[in-house]
Design a protein around this ligand. Structure first.
Ligand code: FAD
Length: 456
C-alpha cells in the first residue's frame, strides 16, 4: 500500500482529452506518481477543429493551460442556423452574453492547440511520465491493486506488467478496459450504431482567397450550421482564422457493413459532394476545395449507458464511458469534467485503503454519470430535430425558428439555446465535487469485493 495519499501510483491508459486532463489535474493536486500509457507514437490525430465551451475553459484555466489555447482560438460572437439548400437564415443567436454570464467566452479552436497545451502543461510536472507507443493489451486485475499488461509497439521489450493503486481507463470509445469490466460484471451494454457518419474538413485561407463569400465566412466570428434532411454541416474559423473548419453529419453508408472496429476511412470526394448535392451553390464551392484524397469520414458510434463506471480501484473516463454524438460539441469537455471530478475526489481521500479509493472513485461517478448521460441524450435529440425531413415535425420546428426571429422561444438547435447553455456551461465540475464529496462519500456503502483478488 502507498505510504501516503500523494504517493499513490496512478496509471492512466490513453493520452487523449480525458487522459491528458486527468494527468494534469492529478499532478496539480500534488499526486507524485502518474504514468500515462498511450498507444500512439505522439498526440495522435488532432487535425480538426473543436469547440471550447466555458465549462471546459474554466477547468483548463485552473490547470494553467487555457491561455495559450485561447490566444489562438476564435471568440464566437454569434451563431447562424441556415437552410442548407438555400443558405436562408432560419435562426440567429447572439452568444456574446456567454463570457459575462459564465466567466469564459464560447471559443472554437484547433484540436492540436487543446491537446498540445494540456500536454505541455503535463511536461512541466515531474510527477507525470508518458509512455508513448505502448499499448495496454489487457487487464490482469481490477484490484485491490490493478494490473495491466503493457506492450511497446516497437518491440523494444517484451510485454510487461504495470501495477497501480488507481487505474484510469481514458482509452476512448473502443476502450478495452470497459469491455473487460462489463464482461466481469456481467453487463450486457453494447456499442450503438447511430447510423450517422461525419466528414471533418479543413479549408485553408489561400484556397479561398479569390472567393469573397467564403472569405467572409472565414473572417467572421460566427458558427454557422447548415441543415437539411438527415444531414448538416457546422463550420467555424480556427487557427487565427487561417482555417475554415467544417464538421458534417450524414447517414452512414460507408461503414454500415464495416467491422465495428472501423472508425475512420478515407472517403471519396465525389461521394461527399453527392451527399450535399442539394445544398446551395456556395456550399458546393466550399466542399469542392477539399483536395481529392483528403476526404476523411468518421463513423459516429455511441454506447448504451453503463450501470457503473467504477470497479474496485479502476474508473472509466471520457468516451470510454460516455461517448456522444457531436451535436452539442461536448465530448471532450465532458472528458475534461471527468478529469476535474476525479482529481477533486482523490484529493479528498482520507487514507490509501483500496476500499476508500473505490468510494472516492464512486463519488466521481455520482457527480458525473447522470449529467454526462443527460447530455448524450440531449445531443442525440438535437440531431433528430436538426435532421428532420419534410412533414409536420419539421413544420413545427420551423415555426420555432420563426418565433426565434421575433425574439421569442427556444432554439431548436439545443447547442445554441440559453437554458441548455445554462445547464452545461454553468456547471463547475471541480466545485461540485469538492462541495458534495463528504456527503456522497459518507452515504456510500463499502464495496465488499474491492479488497478481494477474486473475480479479477
Ligand atoms: C465529428 C466529431 C466532432 C467533435 N467535436 C467536438 C467538439 O466540438 N467539442 C468537444 O468537446 N468534443 C467534440 N468531439 C468529441 C471528442 O473528440 C471526444 O469526446 C474526445 O476526444 C474524447 O476524449 P477521450 O480522452 O475520452 O478519448 P480519445 O480522445 O479518443 O482518447 C483515447 C486515447 O486512448 C488511446 N488508447 C486507446 N486504447 C489504448 C490502449 N489499449 N493502450 C494505450 N492507449 C490506448 C488512444 O490512442 C487515444 O489517444 C467530437 C467528436 C467527433 C467524432
Amino acid at each position: 500500500m502507498a505510504e501516503s495519499i500523494k504517493d499513490l501510483r496512478i496509471v492512466i491508459v490513453g493520452a487523449g482529452m480525458g487522459g491528458l486532463a486527468s494527468a494534469l489535474a492529478l499532478a496539480k493536486e500534488g499526486f507524485k506518481k502518474i504514468d500515462v500509457y498511450e498507444y500512439a507514437a505522439d498526440l495522435g490525430f488532432v487535425g480538426a477543429g473543436i469547440q471550447l465551451a466555458p465549462n471546459m475553459a474554466r477547468i483548463l484555466d485552473r490547470l494553467g493551460v487555457w491561455e495559450p489555447i485561447a490566444r489562438e482560438a476564435t471568440n464566437i460572437k454569434d451563431t447562424s442556423i441556415r437552410q442548407g439548400s438555400t443558405n436562408e437564415e432560419l435562426g440567429h443567436v447572439e452568444l456574446e452574453y456567454i463570457a459575462k454570464t459564465y466567466g469564459y467566452p464560447h471559443m472554437v479552436g484547433h484540436r492540436f492547440s487543446l491537446a498540445n497545451s494540456m500536454y505541455q502543461g503535463c511536461l512541466k510536472e515531474s510527477a507525470i511520465k508518458f509512455h508513448f507507443n505502448t499499448s495496454i493489451k489487457s487487464i490482469e486485475s481490477f484490484g485491490p491493486n490493478p494490473v495491466v499488461v503493457a506492450e511497446p509497439r516497437d518491440g523494444s521489450s517484451e510485454p510487461y506488467n504495470v501495477e497501480a493503486d488507481v487505474l484510469l481507463a481514458a482509452d476512448g470509445i473502443k476502450s478495452n478496459i470497459r469491455v473487460e469490466m462489463l464482461k466481469l460484471l456481467n453487463v450486457d451494454a453494447q456499442i450503438i450504431d447511430t447510423q450517422q457518419a461525419a466528414y471533418r474538413i479543413m479549408i485553408h485561407r489561400d484556397q479561398i482567397k479569390d472567393d469573397p463569400e467564403l472569405l467572409a465566412l472565414l473572417d467572421s466570428d460566427t458558427v454557422v450550421r447548415w441543415i437539411g434532411a438527415k444531414r448538416h454541416i457546422i463550420a467555424y474559423a480556427v487557427d487565427n482564422k487561417n482555417i475554415y473548419n467544417l464538421s458534417t453529419t450524414q447517414p452512414d453508408t460507408n461503414f454500415a457493413a464495416a467491422p465495428s472496429a472501423t472508425y475512420t476511412t478515407r472517403g471519396s470526394k465525389s461521394a461527399m459532394l453527392g451527399v450535399f448535392g442539394d445544398f446551395c451553390p456556395m456550399i458546393q464551392r466550399m466542399l469542392n476545395h477539399v483536395p481529392e484524397g483528403e476526404v476523411c469520414e468518421w463513423k459516429l458510434r455511441v454506447h448504451a449507458p453503463l450501470p457503473t463506471w467504477v470497479h474496485k480501484t479502476v474508473a472509466l473516463v471520457g468516451d470510454a464511458c460516455h461517448p456522444t454524438l457531436p451535436h452539442l460539441a461536448q465530448g471532450a469537455a465532458q472528458a475534461i469534467e471527468d478529469a476535474a471530478a476525479i482529481a477533486a475526489s482523490l484529493s479528498r481521500l482520507p487514507d490509501t485503503n483500496p476500499a476508500t479509493i473505490n468510494k472516492a472513485l464512486r463519488v466521481y461517478e455520482k457527480i458525473r454519470k447522470d449529467r454526462a448521460y443527460a447530455l448524450v441524450e440531449m445531443a442525440a435529440a438535437s440531431g433528430r430535430t436538426l435532421h428532420l425531413g419534410d412533414g409536420a415535425a419539421k413544420e413545427e420546428r420551423d415555426k420555432q425558428f420563426a418565433a426565434l426571429k421575433q425574439g421569442n422561444g427556444k432554439v431548436p438547435d439545443k447547442w445554441a439555446d440559453a437554458d441548455v447553455q445554462k445547464s452545461i456551461y454553468g456547471f463547475d465540475a471541480t466545485k461540485e465535487t469538492l462541495e458534495n464529496f463528504d456527503e456522497i462519500f459518507r452515504g456510500l456503502e463499502e464495496d465488499q469485493v474491492v479488497n478481494g483478488v477474486n473475480g479479477h
